[in-house]
Ligand binder design. Structure first.
Ligand code: 4AD
Ligand code: MG
Length: 431
């Protein structure tokens, strides 16, 4: 017997087909059983008619509970009233396993669904998100490979910090300790002297103590680094990348976006518009003058402020030249105004906030050493990194794109935890 996926069976439009899957919904009466089954491709209503079936088949159909696994043969036809527009008149049923009563029915709290994530992952919502995530990850590889970037994999055990000591995960390492990667960046800066333009996507770890809808303790960062590249160019790469990702999702995942009830029109708008670049100082002007806030120069932008900036523009916005004082040790002060750093964030609209962070890289060993010391770090641990500034140093830049932030934004999710199959946060490490 040849099994078709549910979508393939529906594409045939008529005739006898065999499909296999899991019971998604069941409704039974004395004469009929309406069993909706699902597989990865779609859902299909299967109608069991008592009078037309052997007694054993009818008895088995009556016993089916949600998530039972089944193989079904029958005649498929169009039916406007059926949930996916097709209906299968069942001729034969093989029950592979009768499921126990399913713990998830409806209207459960987000925490309960996270406790049952190993099962909830089968929901239409999470399945749709995972399919879109698949497209996004593929699009990132394609974007960089088409442009001549090499894939370069960094170590995940690292001896020192890149993005501040307060969010490091410490790991026992034989008789010593190391940290889980907060970013590939310092290693990428070594590799651009060999490969020129590189990218990667790898697991990234931050002991974020904040319980926001935007922070994970384990997430995937897609990063790029390029020799000779400066701020004005690297920001354009980031914009092109985000537009390309959105276009690919629109090309491959319309059905999944519909499952998620995501506004497709607005994504089409983001896929084709230009994204503005403004300086941090101009961003302050907008939030202070238009929105009546009082943010002084030198304060990092909080999510409510980022939300106002993106609301003002209605598309992703690149903000550059944040105050040097509050930026990482490797973000160089600009020559024109050393209080401003040659760095940028990309802020997504609809309150999704920062999705990309990047910068030019400082070439000034003394300045970086002083800033590390001011953070309580020992510059000696960065000797190897400072070597890169001594042997044919050239300007270079890079950025990191938060994969789950982009998944959440494109899917229109309320919480970043639904953008990754098994989320890890300060309060969640199971299942
Ligand atoms: O802005 P961040 O901290 O930049 C860096 O780590 C640079 N070293 C990257 C580089 O230049 N190569 O992080 C980059 C992006 C953020 O814009 C955000 O999208 C995401 O990573 N991100 C997180 N996503 C989920 N949970 C968290 N805790 C995140 N922290 C950062
Ligand atoms: Mg950042």
């Amino acid at each position: 017997m040849k099994f078709l996926t549910i979508q393939e069976a529906m594409d045939k439009e008529k005739g006898t087909v065999s499909v296999r899957g899991w019971v998604y919904r069941e409704r039974k009466s004395n004469k009929y059983a309406f069993i909706v089954i699902r597989d990865h491709s779609n859902i299909l209503q299967c109608v069991f008619t008592k009078e037309e079936l052997p007694e054993k088949t009818w008895e088995n159909a009556k016993r089916l509970l949600m998530e039972s696994s089944v193989k079904i043969t029958g005649d498929i036809k169009k039916d406007e009233r059926a949930p996916s527009g097709y209906e299968l008149q069942v001729k034969d049923l093989e029950v592979v396993q009768f499921a126990e009563p399913y713990p998830i029915t409806k209207d459960f709290s987000p925490e309960f669904l996270l406790d049952k994530r190993h099962l909830w992952i089968r929901s239409r919502k999470i399945t749709a998100v995972m399919k879109i995530r698949h497209t996004i990850v593929g699009a990132i590889h394609e974007f960089f490979r088409k442009r001549g970037y090499f894939e370069f994999d960094p170590p995940i055990f690292q001896p020192s910090q890149c993005e501040g000591g307060s969010t490091l995960f410490e790991v026992k390492y034989f008789n010593d300790k190391v940290y889980l990667s907060q970013s590939w960046q310092l290693y990428a800066e070594a590799a651009v002297f060999a490969l020129g333009k590189i990218y990667d996507m790898s697991p990234t770890f931050r002991a974020e103590k904040s319980k926001t809808s935007r922070h994970l303790a384990e997430f995937w960062m897609a990063e790029m680094e390029a020799a000779w590249m400066q701020l004005d160019e690297v920001t354009e790469v980031a914009k092109d990348e985000v537009r390309f990702i959105i276009k690919e999702v629109l090309k491959h995942n319309k059905k999944d976006l519909e499952v998620l009830k995501r506004d497709i029109k607005i994504l089409e708008h983001y896929a084709k518009e230009d994204y503005p670049t403004i300086k941090y100082a101009e961003a302050l002007k907008i939030i202070n003058e238009k929105y009546g806030m009082k943010v002084p120069f030198g304060k990092d932008l909080r999510t409510i402020e980022e939300a106002k900036i993106s609301e003002h523009f209605g598309v992703p916005v690149v903000v550059t030249h944040y105050p040097t004082e509050i930026m990482g040790f490797y973000k160089p002060p600009s020559k024109e105004n050393p209080e401003e750093a040659l760095c940028f964030d990309m802020i997504a609209p609809e309150g999704y906030c920062e999705i990309v962070g990047g910068s030019e890289r400082s070439l000034d060993v003394k300045n970086m050493g002083d800033r590390l010391k001011a953070q309580g770090e020992d510059p000696a641990a960065y000797e190897w990194y400072f070597d890169l500034r001594k042997f044919g140093s050239v300007p270079h830049s890079g950025y990191g794109l938060g994969v789950e932030r982009v998944v959440a934004f494109i899917c229109g999710l309320d919480n970043i935890k639904d953008a990754i199959p098994f989320p890890r946060t300060m309060l969640r490490k199971t299942p």
